[in-house]
Write a protein that binds this ligand. Structure first.
Ligand code: SAM
Length: 264
């Protein structure tokens, strides 16, 4: 497909450096190997090779969601692509579902969730801070080119929104999810799933202990995903020297109807 004004575009240079642009006929992309007017990119096919003012070659692509979230402007730390995939799979996010998400932060997780629930589903994304919510809204608009119908953004504390949303899935990326676990124990529908993304061990411990104390969360799983890129060049086939050492732990749990001792 051809790229149009307003589209997100990714340029990759000969060393693999990646540049994210929003195509605008009045702008010129400048980098250490010259300049490329956006007008040279508008109307070009994805996958085209572009030549800069100094003769350097660049590959023009439409960014993947993973490229976009790593390169877009951020306010809060985003969920990395390596964790986004497992969140979608282990939280079992599927088309048509209603997902309650918090905090909206920079909007990276919101984008992954909204793609997964599709046009028949809904993501209610809640954020305490108005400035973060505005930033996330812009990121979502930039990715889709307009604000999608399947995302609703709310300002406030996510714990206060569970009862009105009745979410099949709750996905949390915020510092103190144990407060939300306590609220979800009361208001999330039975059979629902709650997922939390946390950078430190004490946060994981408090969240899991709180979930157990409620008596209504079970199937509690804590996971960490390590991803190693590989270099494949002639006989040099080996892991890359560098990798992302740590991002966060993922916790998943299922909501039961009532504690086992109270079953009929
Ligand atoms: C790490 S950021 C989230 C980043 C986001 N997941 C992304 O991928 O771009 C955490 C956000 O949670 C928000 N937050 C903290 N506690 C909250 C709460 N109880 N309800 C809603 N948002 C909350 C913070 O203001 C912050 O913007």
């Amino acid at each position: 497909m051809r790229l149009e004004a307003g589209d997100a575009a990714l340029l990759i240079d000969s060393k693999g450096r990646r540049f994210l642009l929003e195509l605008n006929p009045d702008r010129t992309f400048q980098y250490h190997e010259g300049a490329v007017p956006h007008n040279d990119l508008i109307g070009r096919e994805e996958g085209s090779w572009i030549v800069s003012s100094t003769g350097a070659q660049l590959l023009l692509l439409r960014p993947r969601l993973a490229d976009f979230t790593l390169k877009m402007k951020r306010r809060a730390q985003v969920v990395y692509p390596k964790d986004l995939g497992p969140i979608l799979v282990y939280a079992d996010i599927a088309p048509g579902m209603t997902v309650l998400e918090a905090g909206s932060g920079s909007g990276a997780l919101t984008l992954g969730l909204s793609r997964a629930v599709g046009p028949t589903g809904k993501v209610v994304s809640v954020e305490l801070r108005e400035d973060h919510a505005a930033h996330a809204r812009k990121a979502v608009e930039k990715w889709y080119g307009r604000f999608p119908e399947n995302v609703e953004m709310r300002i406030g504390d996510v714990s206060d929104e569970i009862q009105s949303v009745e979410p099949a899935r709750i996905v949390l990326d915020l510092p103190e999810p144990w407060h939300v676990v306590t609220a979800a124990a009361q208001h999330q529908p039975p059979g629902g799933l709650l997922a939390a993304y946390l950078p430190t061990v004490p946060q994981v411990q408090t969240t899991v202990e709180t979930a157990r104390e409620t008596g209504v969360f079970t199937e509690i799983e804590v996971k960490e995903f390590l991803v190693r890129d590989w270099n494949v060049a002639g006989r040099s086939v080996r892991p890359e020297h560098r990798m992302i050492g740590h991002t966060g732990f993922l916790i998943f749990m299922r909501k039961t109807a009532r504690p086992p001792s109270q079953e009929d």
